[in-house]
Ligand binder design. Structure first.
Ligand code: GDP
Ligand code: MG
Length: 166
């Protein structure tokens, strides 16, 4: 089996760190150039009997100009074509305007979206449930998975659950 997975989220939520953790330092650092204009391959993860191609969707953020608007349409197009999308949030920062804009884009496609709650190493465990409730009110997420990309917590679970969507 194989499939395509888009990784989306505001700057600094930990997208690159997650990619590093899943596929390995080299590929992610190579593809982590700023100002990327098109959807691009972050890297390919090869599991025991499956492969996942991770795609970056840099234009998914709120457009500031015409080019941004074009990029946003292209990013939404990509979102509609992947098998699943990982929507990363910073659990320590909570729900912000940037997240709300991305969620509006997610509603334009039928793609299953994982709410990936990153940086749980920075929060009190009791803070997680209220945050989940807040996000669930905004969108019907296919899966909700708390992780720490930095510490490598729950990454294997994330990959295992992802394989069900390939
Ligand atoms: P990106 O802009 O979404 O690609 O975010 P980065 O992967 O560059 O991460 C932004 C910052 O958050 C970096 O300083 C990371 O070390 C930090 N970071 C990423 N994941 C975690 C995490 O799980 N826990 C903590 N405490 N910091 C994290
Ligand atoms: Mg990055």
């Amino acid at each position: 089996r194989s499939g395509f997975v888009a990784i989306i989220g505001r700057p600094n939520v930990g997208k690159s760190t997650l990619i590093n953790e899943m596929i390995g330092q080299k590929i992610a650092i190579m593809s982590d150039k700023p100002q990327t204009t098109r959807n691009k391959i972050h890297g390919v993860y090869t599991g025991d009997n499956y492969q996942i191609v991770f795609l970056d969707t840099p234009g998914i953020h709120k457009p500031q100009h015409k080019l941004g608007d074009f990029m946003n349409k292209s990013a939404v197009g990509t979102l509609g074509e992947v098998d699943a999308a990982l929507f990363l949030i910073d659990a320590a920062e909570g729900l912000g305007g940037g997240d709300r804009f991305i969620i509006e884009q997610l509603k334009k496609v039928n793609t299953p979206v994982f709410l990936v709650m990153n940086k749980i190493d920075k929060i009190h465990p009791e803070a997680l449930l209220p945050l989940i409730t807040q996000y669930k009110e905004l969108h019907d997420f296919a899966e909700i998975i708390p992780i720490s990309a930095l510490q490598g917590n729950n990454i294997s679970t994330l990959l295992t659950v992802l394989t069900r969507y390939l």
